[in-house]
Write a protein that binds this ligand. Structure first.
Ligand code: ASP
Length: 352
């Protein structure tokens, strides 16, 4: 039986999702494994192209979807989708206008993966560049490395022609000053408004896409935790934590408390669970259970549940998807042939 590489990958994905481990074709045209069963859509098959992201990507998923319809690569498509949010000064969790670290400096993290070529790129604690997702892709495209950090990342971005700019908007600067003045009752900063609510960011955008022929891309970009210790790196730039994709299986990504995600390599784990045959939703819930099991005591409430939230998003090569959060009430964005919409996320615990 002769199979094209594409046919093989399609079949391998269906079998993989059903729990089989395929023999991989190599690049020299050796035997392509023993695939007797034709690819059949798995239960829950929704179709491709498909884009899934955190809820702040509602506009971006449509941009990514439309780009894939015109033949754009799935990674380029999702990066265009998250660029919208990176460049939006009113989103204070990503890119331009992101809330700064404790010294008032905006430090950004991002990573991406390209399924068909099995490549990845990442930047962490980068300053002065509004679109770290594109810098992460430049690391992937133009260097022999996967991850650049801090001053080196900014220097690289400038050498690649990215424009350096001040990312601290007036709104974010004011929020930082308010946070600072409330830090310590005995500090030298006067409190002006007792009732003022101090922002503590949750945010980040993760976006994953599979195109009509089953190729996958994933990206995550963020300004990280507000008021963080300078140099703190979250989960977003960590391949396997902030996002992960395997072109034979699917992709996954995360938003929420990065420290909890890093310890479970959650995006990698989700993809591995899907490889073993779990549905996207089951894979997300099982990974949330792992997060709870790995949570240190100081972060658990009296009921044994985490005091933080974490959100996961996943899609499979055959076009199934899910979003799940630790606590109920979460939503995530999807775009397929039915258009862009917010969908209720599955959850581990009912809120309240
Ligand atoms: N995951 C991000 C981080 O820990 C923050 C977030 O998504 O709210 O850097």
């Amino acid at each position: 039986m002769s199979l094209s590489r594409r046919d093989f990958l399609e079949r391998a994905a269906a079998l993989t999702a059903a729990g089989f481990v395929p023999r991989l074709p190599d690049d020299f045209g050796h035997e392509l494994g023993h695939m007797a069963t034709p690819a059949v859509p798995m239960p829950g098959f929704r179709g491709r192209p498909l884009v899934v992201s955190s809820s702040n990507g509602l506009k971006g998923v449509k941009v990514a979807y439309d780009k894939m319809l015109t033949g754009e690569d799935p990674l380029d498509a999702v990066i265009a989708g998250v660029n919208l949010v990176e460049l939006d000064p009113s989103d204070q969790s990503v890119g331009l206008g992101g809330l700064p670290n404790e010294e008032g400096v905006v430090q950004l993290d991002a990573s991406c993966m390209h399924g068909p070529t099995r490549r990845a790129g990442s930047v962490a604690a980068i300053e002065g560049i509004a679109t770290p997702s594109l810098v992460a892709k430049a690391v992937m495209d133009y260097t022999d490395h996967v991850m650049l950090v801090g001053a080196g990342a900014t220097k690289f971005a400038k050498a690649m022609g990215f424009k350096e700019q001040n990312l601290l908007t007036e709104q974010s600067r004011q929020d930082w000053m308010r946070w600072k003045s409330r830090l310590n009752a005995n500090d030298a900063w006067l409190d002006h408004d007792e009732n003022l609510k101090i922002k503590f960011t949750t945010g980040t955008i993760n976006m994953n896409a599979v195109n009509a022929s089953g190729d996958i891309g994933s990206v995550t970009t963020t300004s990280g935790m507000a008021w963080k210790v300078p140099g703190r790196i979250g989960d977003s730039p960590v391949i396997g934590a902030g996002q992960y994709c395997d072109n034979l299986v699917g992709a996954a990504g995360s938003t929420g408390r990065g420290e909890a995600n890093i310890k479970t390599c959650a995006s990698f784990l989700i993809v591995e669970f899907m490889r073993q045959g779990l549905t996207p939703e089951a894979a997300l819930i099982k990974t949330l259970e792992r997060v709870v099991a790995m949570t240190e005591a100081r972060l658990l409430g009296p009921n044994g549940r985490p005091k933080f939230d974490l959100e996961f998003y996943a899609l499979t090569k055959d076009g199934r998807y899910a979003g799940a959060t630790l606590y109920s009430g979460g939503k995530y964005a999807v775009c397929d042939e039915q258009g862009a919409r917010l969908v209720e996320a599955a959850y581990l615990y009912k809120r309240g």
